[in-house]
Ligand binder design. Structure first.
Ligand code: HMG
Length: 381
């Protein structure tokens, strides 16, 4: 059977960041609650001329510059920060990247799980025709109400992946474990710019889904825990991965420790929650910071509130050996926000009925130029 998986993977984020020390000063909370209690140092925050499209296109541009467009006939855009009830955000990306008309484009949604759903759909397309490659983009802006417990777990980022036969980075193995449950832990109604969340319930729903998905993986010929070398979890905040690892170890009666989680948290500690992109930022972080993973097996847990989750596994391929940390420079280049500037940007709303031109702030290759005649306008810088 042809090996199929992640051939290349690139991340992008925003122009701004908010240091969680600055947020702690405003909320009057001990900064260690954020740094140690949640495992977060910073959160990415978009400039007025950035959104999920500009981040997604930026990540995908780097990917296509390296790999070309040959065989790309599908673009799947996973997000839960959707911009339109009808038009897929990927259609804007398709134009910005100059992709040919002969490419199908669609948006996939199920909270943070959407990126994994897109990858599995992509694997199916490549299995049918191994000459095709699928561009998967997971891009999100995590936003909670100001002064709410969720506020320090905001963030933003995009992961672009090329799913192909004979992949250079990670072969996705056929076995996977699934777990879905209708639960009101986190959702965002169509008329709301911020998510509604029951924090405690979201943590217990995540952990129940983790053991449920693991059991299903075990029941579908998945590997034993001892045959998995690194575990990477969806990281709404990096402490959640520690909670997950402890719960899985308890469930299986083994001590999994948590040292192995450190490399996979390096990017996420600074990005914040990037919803659909979070798990794949963790994968990039592991591949970019560990040099001896070729031939080793990764266990990936994808959780999307609401909820749908999947435990999948992948074997690291030789191409991963040449990866280096390119993303820390992008994180370092972000411009810090003052607390007042952050709160001002957070409160900003753009009603679609109003024509608006956004200020020129971002230094990314693409910008959101504004709204004209109720339609969003983008440009290449
Ligand atoms: P909270 O109630 O403010 O925090 O909200 P807490 O009081 O539970 O404290 C957090 C941790 O900090 C605790 O550790 C404290 O002990 C510790 P834990 O018990 O968890 O190990 N702490 C300190 N540590 C060091 N020094 C100190 C200190 N003080 C306290 N001084 C909560 C936390 C995560 C609930 C909140 O931020 C929230 O609601 N976040 C949003 C929801 C969320 O991220 N849920 C995660 C699971 S659901 C999921 O992952 C899906 C999601 O990504 C969405 C999607 O799928 O689309 C969210």
């Amino acid at each position: 059977m042809t090996a199929i998986g992640i051939h290349d993977l690139e991340l992008a984020t925003t122009h701004h960041l908010l240091d969680l020390g600055v947020l702690a000063e405003r909320t009057g909370v001990d900064p260690d609650k954020y740094r140690l209690g949640l495992g977060q140092d910073e959160m990415s925050f978009p400039a007025p001329d950035e959104d999920i499209v500009t981040m997604g296109a930026t990540a995908a541009l780097a990917l296509l510059d390296r790999n070309g467009m040959e065989g790309v006939r599908t673009l799947l855009f996973a997000t839960e920060s959707g911009l339109d009830h009808s038009k897929a955000a990927g259609v804007f990306v398709h134009k910005l990247l100059g992709l040919p008309a002969q490419v199908r484009v669609a948006e996939i949604k199920q909270a943070c799980y959407g990126g994994t759903a897109a990858i599995q759909a992509a694997v199916g397309i490549v299995q049918r025709n191994p000459r095709e490659r699928v561009l998967v983009i997971a891009s999100d802006i995590a936003r909670y109400t100001l002064d709410s417990p969720g506020e320090p777990t905001q963030g933003a980022g995009a992961a672009a992946m090329l799913i192909a036969a004979d992949p250079a980075l990670v072969e996705i193995e056929p076995a996977s474990g699934l777990f879905s449950d209708d639960v009101d832990d986190f959702w965002r109604p169509n008329d709301s710019t911020t998510a509604i969340v029951d924090g405690r319930l979201s943590i217990s729903a995540y952990l129940d889904a983790l053991t449920g998905a693991w059991d299903d993986l075990a029941g579908h010929d998945g590997p034993a825990i001892g045959d998995i070398d690194r575990l990477v979890y969806h990281q709404p905040y990096t402490k959640m991965a520690r909670k997950a690892q402890a719960r899985l170890g308890e469930h299986l009666g083994v001590d999994l420790g948590d040292d192995g989680l450190v490399p996979g948290a390096i990017y996420n500690r600074r990005l914040g929650n990037a919803y659909t992109a979070s798990l794949y930022a963790g994968v990039a972080s592991v591949l970019d910071h560990e040099s001896d993973l070729v031939g080793k097996r990764l266990g990936l847990f994808s959780y999307g509130s609401g909820s749908v989750s999947e435990f999948l596994t992948g074997v690291v391929q030789p191409g991963a050996a040449s990866r280096t940390d390119r993303f820390t420079a992008a994180l370092d280049a972000r411009v810090p926000l003052t607390i007042d500037a952050y709160r001002g940007l957070h409160a900003r709303e753009l009603p679609s009925a109003q024509d608006v031109e956004t200020p020129r702030v971002t230094e990314a290759p693409f910008r959101f130029a504004g709204i004209q005649g109720s339609a969003r306008r983008y440009e290449r810088r």
